[in-house]
Design a protein around this ligand. Sequence first.
Ligand code: SF4
Ligand code: SF4
Length: 293
Amino acid sequence: MTNSPARIAIASGKGGTGKTTLATNLAAYIAEQEEVVLVDLDVEEPNSGLFFKGDLIHEESNFKMIPQWDEPKCTFCGLCQKVCNFHAVLQLGPTILVFPELCHSCYACSELCPTDALPMISKRTGKLSDFRINNLHFVESRLDVGEEQAVPTISKTKQYSNENYAHLRIEIYDCPPGTSCPVIEATKNADFVILITEPTPFGLHDLTLAIETMRTLKKPMGVVVNRYGIGNDAVIDYCQKENITILAKIPNSRRIAELYSSGKLIYQEIPEVKELLSNILDYCLKASKGDIE
Ligand code: SF4
Ligand code: SF4
């Protein structure tokens, strides 16, 4: 038994299903009672911060290591291009080109270069910020324009949160959308994953992919159906068939949409949503401790 926080990751098979709405409302709801940290891991497009106005308490640059060509030392043996699995080094006549945005910082070219002509140097990839809003700690990383590799930044952002907020009881991750490497990195150390979806054919399609991914990772999970009332019941039927708990159905409501679009927290205005958050949290905490199958 460790003392680390219960890590609740909020993910979805696609963007625009209400992931950030749920993450921000759940975190703010918890912060009414105790300190909590919300970590925005959607580093290509972090937007949880739109809902909070807090004090910036820490800021730092994110970096990655890339090789830098030292021309006078190069014998043009071509080995670096051969060993790079990511096509990030290219020998073009008497020139070695490095493409930093493709580099995965594996060090292979640098270590195997026979003349030490590719020393690794650090390159800034973005910025991490840590805000405080009363009981709520909010951490986000933002990739610089043109930077494409979300995974190392997600890993670094989680590490920052783990190092600074290990004493808290609950940590919420607002994950990137989709089912590829960034969401796997974001959820891999979560104790429980909430998948949020909409009751539509598209919602069901993306949910099935997200569920498959989480099953591969062996993550306990539950589903929140957002905008319940539109579409059909196929998502509900699917979850029942697959034995996946529906944690909540958030009704389709004009009032909720208005609150969201004006950057307001929904549960503070709609008691029914507060009740749903309470139930979701209760379930997640029990499941995180293994008290629910
Ligand atoms: S491995 Fe080193 S020496 Fe060979 S081409 Fe690349 S940089 Fe030049
Ligand atoms: S460090 Fe690895 S990924 Fe980057 S250029 Fe060298 S071999 Fe390619």
